[in-house]
Design a protein around this ligand. Structure first.
Ligand code: FES
Length: 191
């Protein structure tokens, strides 16, 4: 790191969602800000922090952006966006990383790598799936014309089969009638 180089810097989102108990209940948002503001780099320099209005990916509140130091930037480091930054342990990981040099100068710790996001991160499309389900439910409740036709067809076929069975039964009865007469006749003959 050059003597005149700038240390890493932090931008901490405190917009409509980040830092609010409504979006992230059970998190000490003020305490988090205080701890982040107290971080120092490997040379003991305070890591400048500024808060910002909404940075974009609200669904990943709290969002923190780590700007590279001058040396890190010279080595190709770019700002790293971290989302869902709410656990205390993440502040320790971030502190360690910054002491080692931060973006461009030290590898990103695994715990932070799992939180990497971006300005353009898109919220997973749950809403569309829900719409599809509603459509499916509607279709189930109200059978379409095709389904109604199919039901009528089956009912018609069942009626036809019933009728055919009745007719067959009647025909069988007719056939058995002369046989009885024949037996009676035979008896009469024997007598
Ligand atoms: S409030 Fe932080 S990203 Fe929107």
């Amino acid at each position: 790191m050059t003597a005149t180089g700038r240390p890493c810097r932090l931008v901490v989102c405190r917009g409509c969602c980040c830092g609010t108990a409504k979006k992230r209940p059970g998190v000490d948002h003020e305490g988090q800000l205080e701890r982040l503001g107290g971080l120092r780099d490997g040379r003991g320099r305070r890591v400048p922090l500024r808060t910002s209005t909404c940075l974009g990916p609200c669904f990943q509140a709290n969002v923190v952006v780590v700007q590279p130091s001058s040396e890190g930037r010279e080595r190709g480091g770019r700002p790293v966006w971290l989302g869902e930054f709410s656990e205390d342990g993440l502040i320790d990981d971030l502190g360690d990383w910054i002491r080692e040099g931060g973006p461009g100068a030290a590898p990103l710790p695994e715990a932070l790598a799992a939180r990497v996001t971006s300005k353009d991160a898109e919220k997973p499309k749950k809403a569309k799936k829900a719409k599809k389900t509603k459509k499916a439910e509607k279709a189930e409740k109200k059978p379409g014309k095709k389904a109604k036709k199919a039901v009528k067809k089956v009912e018609k076929a069942a009626k036809k089969a019933k009728r055919a069975a009745k007719e067959a039964g009647a025909a069988a009865a007719d056939r058995s009638a002369p046989t009885k007469k024949t037996k009676k006749a035979k008896k009469a003959k024997k007598g």
